[in-house]
Design a protein around this ligand. Structure first.
Ligand code: ADP
Length: 476
């Protein structure tokens, strides 16, 4: 079939509008689609009672330098489609061809290269690594490229400057506003200069001014830097900048709208710092924004964040795309879409079967660690109730129990005095009377200066573990 009749076939199959993309009209050179999706179906839990057809035959094309949006209600398949284009999900049927190469035929090395160099992913606001500085976060993907420190730094600083973040390079993400954090996320997505930016509900957690700012940045990347932007939203107010809007419903594209009013000329607007004074955590913002959320909803919303924290805990030596893959699957596990065995299997099986190709022992270790932390979080929940209502003796028992969990991987032996100090720190943290930072510095401080006298590494490890379990317990 020649390429024209092939294209017509696709248009017929998917009911797409026959109008050409504005970008294709405008720019005659770019006739070849950059992204070509053919008859794509994604079925989760195939053949099981909970089978779920997330995509039911999607075909589309996206041209170089286009700005497209997948738009539709929650659950219509937008993220699945984006994950397919990112190579994080394997189609059940059909194909995704990017720049003339079929994604599911990639070896894992090719996939790593593709993900690293050709795709920049921007997710919701809280996707930065909390223990790395802003500059460290931006240049993280460069580490996998084995570039020199100096070169990484230069590229990182250039990007911080581009997004008005140059003064914040040494800060930690938690010291930034949501809008600033999202600009860091975009800078990170651009660090390897990819042709395609995938933005999955990139402004979903931001207040309207910060959201506008981020949308304008994406627009500038499209208009000035010639990036192809593929964005996902359920908010009709965000459709303005797109060249084309793919309306989705129940796993299908039901309409393709061409945005004739798109304003290509932009009023330049420097990064807004209006929200800079607010230094609340993402969780605080979330709870403030949705005071009526039930624990269950909250859990669903923070699952991606939990997945990031768990992944960070499990590994820091993987390729970037592997980390993204792991995060996605741990997120599925947190949302109950995978069970323990399912998680282990998907980590173990080969890439062309939609897996991560880990060796079975590592896959087992990962899934066990995840389950172990869930289990510990459940125990913590029970003990926390005791701390609030129990007798003194029961409280001491509860704290001891948590301490045992925290010291599980600790090889050394603590003196009785240090143990008592550690218990006190744990109890205060569990009752929210001290912050994470205060706990860590209390554990780290010498015993004769009123601290618990642990060595710095142990203090940090114990604090990290306790916070992780607290986070996992949150919303359950
Ligand atoms: P959207 O991004 O539009 O909210 P998604 O692509 O996330 O939609 O999901 C489409 C459908 O597929 C939903 O019904 C969702 O619950 C389901 N789904 C998504 N991922 C999985 C998964 N890993 N396992 C089972 N079902 C899934």
């Amino acid at each position: 079939m020649d390429s024209l009749s092939f294209k017509n076939q696709i248009l017929k199959n998917s009911n797409l509008s026959n109008e050409k993309s504005l970008v294709v009209e405008r720019n005659n050179e770019s006739k070849e689609p950059l992204v070509l999706i053919r008859d794509l179906k994604v079925v989760y839990n195939l053949g099981k009672p909970n089978e779920n057809e997330a995509l039911r035959g999607v075909s589309l094309e996206i041209y170089p330098q286009e700005y497209v949006i997948f738009f539709g209600p929650s659950g219509c398949g937008k993220s699945t489609l984006v994950n397919i284009i990112a190579g994080l999900e394997i189609p059940t049927e059909g194909e995704a061809i990017i720049d003339k190469r079929s994604l599911h035929k990639f070896s894992s090395n090719e996939m790593a290269m593709f993900h690293r160099r050709e795709i920049g992913m921007v997710a919701q606001a809280y996707n930065l690594i909390p223990t790395l500085t802003v500059l460290g976060n931006v240049v993280l993907p460069k580490i996998f490229e084995r570039k020199s420190r100096r070169e990484r730094r230069r590229r990182g600083e250039e990007l911080l400057l581009k997004f008005g973040l140059e003064k914040l390079g040494k800060r930690l993400p938690s010291e930034l506003s949501g809008g600033q954090q999202q600009r860091v996320g975009i800078a990170r997505a651009l660090v390897n200069d990819p042709a395609i930016i995938l933005a999955d509900e990139a402004v979903g957690n931001l207040d309207s001014e910060s959201a506008q700012n981020v949308l304008e940045i994406l627009n500038r990347l499209n208009a000035d830097d010639k990036k192809t932007i593929i964005s996902v939203t359920h908010n009709p107010e965000h459709l303005f900048y797109a060249d084309r809007i793919f309306h989705m419903k129940d796993g299908r594209i039901v309409k393709v709208e061409i945005n004739k009013d798109k304003v290509r000329k932009l009023k330049p607007k420097e990064g807004s710092d209006a929200d800079a004074n607010r230094k609340k955590t993402a969780l605080e913002l979330l709870i403030e924004a949705y005071p009526n959320l039930s624990g269950m909803d909250l859990n669903t919303m923070i699952a991606p964040f939990k997945a990031k924290m768990l992944t960070e805990y499990l590994t820091n030596r993987f390729e970037e795309w592997e980390i993204a893959f792991l995060e996605k699957k741990i997120g599925d596990r947190l949302l109950g879409r995978l069970n323990e065995i399912g998680l282990m299997q998907i980590l173990d099986v080969s890439h062309d079967q939609g897996g991560l190709n880990l060796n079975i022992n590592l896959a087992r270790y990962f899934s066990r660690t995840v389950e172990g932390i869930f289990e510990e979080a459940m125990q913590l929940k029970e003990k926390r109730n005791i701390l609030e209502t129990g007798s003194e003796e029961e409280k001491a028992g509860a704290v001891k129990n948590i301490r045992t969990i925290l010291l599980n991987d600790f090889g050394g032996k603590l003196t009785d005095e240090k143990m008592i100090a550690l218990d006190k720190g744990i109890q205060l943290r569990l009752l929210n009377q001290i912050s994470r930072k205060e706990l860590q510095s209390f554990l780290d401080r010498p015993f004769n200066e009123g601290g618990a006298g642990l060595n710095s590494k142990t203090a940090k490890k114990i604090t990290q573990k306790l916070e992780l379990i607290l986070l996992m317990e949150f919303g359950t």
